[in-house]
Write a protein that binds this ligand. Sequence first.
Ligand SMILES: Cc1cc2nc3c(=O)[nH]c(=O)nc-3n(C[C@H](O)[C@H](O)[C@H](O)COP(=O)(O)OP(=O)(O)OC[C@H]3O[C@@H](n4cnc5c(N)ncnc54)[C@H](O)[C@@H]3O)c2cc1C
Length: 409
Amino acid sequence: MQRDKPIIIAGGGLGGLTAALALARRGFAVQVLEGADEFGAIGYGIQFGPNVFHVFEPLGLADAVLEHADSPPGVIMVDALDGHEVTRVATGNPLFRERFRYPYIIIHRRDLHRVLLDACARCDLIDLVSNAMVTGFAEASDRVVVRTEDGRSFTGAALIGADGVRSRIRAQMFGDGELRPIGYVSHRTIVPMAELAADVRRNDVVLWAGPGFHIVHYPLRHGALFNIVAVFRTASYAERTDAERWRADLQHTYRNAHPTMQALLAMLDLQRRWTLGVRDPVRVWHKGRAVLLGDAAHPTLQTLAQGACMAIEDGLALAELAHLAGGDFASAFRQFERARCLRTARVTLESNAIWEMYHADGIAREVYWQTLGERSKAEVYQCLAWLYDGFRLPDGPAVVADPAHGFGA
Ligand SMILES: Cc1cc2nc3c(=O)[nH]c(=O)nc-3n(C[C@H](O)[C@H](O)[C@H](O)COP(=O)(O)OP(=O)(O)OC[C@H]3O[C@@H](n4cnc5c(N)ncnc54)[C@H](O)[C@@H]3O)c2cc1C
């Protein structure tokens, strides 16, 4: 096994840091190159299904994560025009815990990042380097040399591109272009709960779904903060413009929305806008000594709230396979693609389909609402089981945190 050089990870997001911890747990030295001057700089809330604990528990992170997280009583879908409840996942019901073993959680991204960073700091095998924007890499028979914008170079045994949706590593490896814009944008805001001026459910995750737009909101930090994400279709999505133009855009789009949504929109911070795009799933994420994970490999719309969760699962899966392959990276990377392709592709494709459903209009909308409304609690859980039950490696041990199975044995 090659232990003389570290594995280099480009990108210290949730996927990159999880991979670093999982690899170090298996004895690999890791160097994480993060382009920003601070790890985990982007805030806002994030939701996780119980499947994320199938990674956090074996990495010894579950308790620390739970300390910062909240578990909502429900994930509720509401009609954005008249405010009636369409359907819900009863995440707070004891049956949910019984069925999926772990809770559904909401957490501030910075808090989660802090948990991962603290764990990295405790580990001698992990070297975290900020202000290291990777521009490309060169490969030799026994190493990769990674270059950064400021002219430094780093030598490793292999390279993991965990550098997100605009991955430069992917661009160099495959040159398959940018995400395909879908015409939707999102704005994200966090306000102190004490300043929340809208009559909404404050403990649940609520999705208001309307024709061409939706809003998601939920509490953070044990009810101290309130996270709002507004998403909508707009013709001016690519324009760089000022907050006033964006406000006018927003008011036009949401003109028929329920009054509660208008109150939520009034609180939005319009300084930053994310344009949303998609990529068709592909089977190959590696070339030689370089491999992609997370959004760099298989970006997804946020409909199932699983993009980060997939990046985190990738991190553990990749480390386990590198370990099982005895450091034969070419073999480990092939196994990794096999292990992760269909599950991540299903997340991407189902997210695309649900995206259409959330934003439908007319008769299609009524049909969807009726279909969703007819499902029993048990049927809702059953629909989510493929996702929330976690994943297994092909021909290998279960990547589940079930002590009875002896994780990673
Ligand atoms: C509005 C919205 C809501 C979402 N909600 C959820 C949710 O509730 N649950 C969920 O699971 N997912 C959610 N997602 C998806 C989730 O944010 C992503 O899937 C997840 O962050 C991907 O993790 P990653 O580690 O692959 O990439 P990223 O989190 O994008 O991390 C990439 C890292 O690489 C760094 N970087 C970039 N380029 C370079 C470079 N060239 N060199 C070095 N470093 C570089 C970046 O600074 C960053 O730190 C949401 C996404 C959006 C847009």
